[in-house]
Design a protein around this ligand. Structure first.
Ligand code: NAD
Length: 490
């Protein structure tokens, strides 16, 4: 299939006519092409977004925007099966995970519809201040035209977190999805137009980071860049955006820990630990790829975890019963298997996995992998692998576990498992992370803020906090008594 990009009201090829292949990572087959957009395509899209913003979208009411956002949610639900099929072909996700991605995307558009409606009553909020002669209020207005750059691990999800919030705020958007997973973003453009979104409010330009991403960051029509991806690219984007003092929101990488105490129900905790690193093949920014296990019950816990890992059915996500798919592409496969080799070379013990699952000779498949005897100086303990590879260390004291968990430049997420609720609360409170889970793992609450501290990024997505990122706040101060003068000079 040949997809086109959405610029204004038009579905277009790249000016260069070049395309990028869409590759199914489970079969390595090419199932289509998307345009390889470049600087001129990006400039056109940003100009279309600027025009749509100035021509009225920026002044629409929250109620009007809410209606259109609900229309997008409806459109996703109506085409759920087809969209989920594309997501599995493009990103390798197991079918139920793609279905879930479409359900949650629709829910997020609905949530932002509600928040857009609330914005209409939120303006004019009075600020408490000591001068009785003044009345100060705060108004909210959209940031303007937003450039959005997203990764491949949750294609529809990452686009939705940004687009839902930005549209609710009254911004217009140019989305540059990952070159490896552009299909559902393009289909979303169609759904949005069908729902009645005015042309130019949502533009989708496909292409690589250097060819389409960089020009988007540098384009003069862009007021803000909202980026999700690697810390390295995020840092580069911030540098580029700094030239014009563009606003930036960054959701970056992580190396998160799950701390397991010796009072847990082993079956339950082991399942959460497995879920934390094997869901989406470990290609999750918040993946708890470090397991800190209390030494008292480490053997018992690891035996259970190993059997869970070995029971995972790896395969083509389009097949029934598969609960782990392939990695996204050859480069990621080589990167992850390279980390596994490094882990072995540096002396970690392979408890299970480490290779290609038997019988899967095509596709970028890696077995669920667990390393024990890991030391804190090892590469696999420190670097984001972004694959189904768990590194395990044991601990004796609570503080020792916390120090090990926090000893990373990242700060996205963390999880703690303990039957002692006070301890779980205390440990969660000391984890240096933007998202912490107690007795669960990886659950995304769309109404709550999501984002990292330290090198995991800045700004928040989801809920009201996500909306706030696309709003400017303005102070309005009024002198109440026209008959009173300032009294400064005379
Ligand atoms: P990446 O940084 O390579 O690419 C992300 C996006 O940036 C892609 O669209 C890519 O084309 C674009 N890009 C690449 N170079 C660019 C440049 N020089 N200028 C502008 N755009 C550029 O990341 P990835 O490999 O696609 O995704 C994996 C990373 O994303 C991991 O590090 C992961 O932790 C992170 N991530 C973070 C979150 C979060 O919420 N914090 C969520 C998902 C993924």
């Amino acid at each position: 299939m040949q997809w086109k990009m959405l610029i204004g009201a038009d579905w277009v090829d790249a000016k260069s006519k070049e395309t990028i292949d869409c590759v199914n990572p489970a079969t390595e087959e090419v199932f289509g092409q998307v345009p390889a957009g470049g600087k001129e395509d990006v400039a056109k899209a940003a100009a279309a977004a600027r025009e749509a913003f100035e021509n009225g979208w920026g002044r629409t009411t929250g109620t009007e925007r809410g209606r259109l956002l609900r229309g997008i949610a409806e459109g996703i639900r109506a085409r759920k099966a087809e969209l989920a099929k594309y997501e599995t072909m493009d990103a390798g996700k197991p079918g139920p995970e793609s279905d879930f991605a479409m359900d949650t995307a629709a829910q997020i558009y609905d949530m932002y519809a509600g928040l857009a409606e609330k914005l209409d009553v939120r303006g004019q909020q009075e600020v408490e201040q000591p001068n009785e002669g003044l009345r100060t209020t705060v108004e909210y207005s959209p940031v303007g035209v937003v450039g959005m750059i997203t990764p491949w691990n949750f294609p529809i999800g990452q686009v939705t977190w940004k687009v839902g919030a930005a549209l609710a705020a009254g911004c217009t958007c140019v989305v540059k999805p990952s070159e490896f997973t552009s299909v559902t973003a393009l289909e979303l453009g169609r759904i949005a137009l069908d729902a009645g979104l005015p042309p130019g409010v949502l533009n989708i330009v496909t292409g690589t980071g250097p060819e389409a991403g960089e020009p988007l960051v540098l384009d003069p029509n862009i007021d803000k860049i909202s980026f999700t991806g690697s810390t390295r690219t995020g840092s580069r984007i911030m540098e580029m955006a700094a030239r014009d003092l563009k606003r930036v929101g960054l959701e970056l990488g992580g190396k998160s820990s799950i701390i397991v105490f010796d009072d847990v129900n082993i079956d339950h905790a082991a399942e959460w630990a497995a879920f934390g690193v094997f869901i989406n093949q470990g290609q999750v920014c918040s993946a708890t790829s470090r397991l800190l296990l209390h030494e008292n019950r480490a053997d018992e816990f690891l035996a259970r975890l190993k059997s869970i890992a070995e029971g995972i059915t790896v395969g083509d996500g389009a097949m029934d019963g598969v609960n782990m798919g392939p990695l996204i592409n050859k480069a990621q496969y080589e990167k992850v298997t390279g980390y596994i080799e490094t882990g072995k070379k540096q002396g970690a013990t392979l408890l299970t996995g480490g290779g290609r699952p038997k019988g899967l000779n095509t596709g970028y498949f890696v077995e669920p992998t667990i390393f024990t005897d890991v030391r804190p100086d090892m590469t696999i303990w420190n670097e984001e692998i972004f694959g189904p590879v768990l590194s395990v260390m044991t601990f004796r004291e609570e503080d020792e576990a916390l120090n090990l968990a926090n000893d990373t430049p990242y700060g996205l997420a963390g999880a703690v498992m303990s039957a002692d609720k006070e301890r779980a609360e205390r440990v969660a409170g000391k984890m240096e992370a933007g998202v912490v889970w107690q007795n669960c793992n990886q659950l995304v609450v769309a109404q709550a803020p999501w984002g990292g501290i330290k090198k995991s990024g800045m700004g928040r997505e989801l809920g009201e906090w996500g909306l706030e990122e696309f709003l400017e706040t303005r102070q309005k101060t009024r002198w109440l008594d026209d008959s009173a003068r300032l009294g400064w000079y005379f």
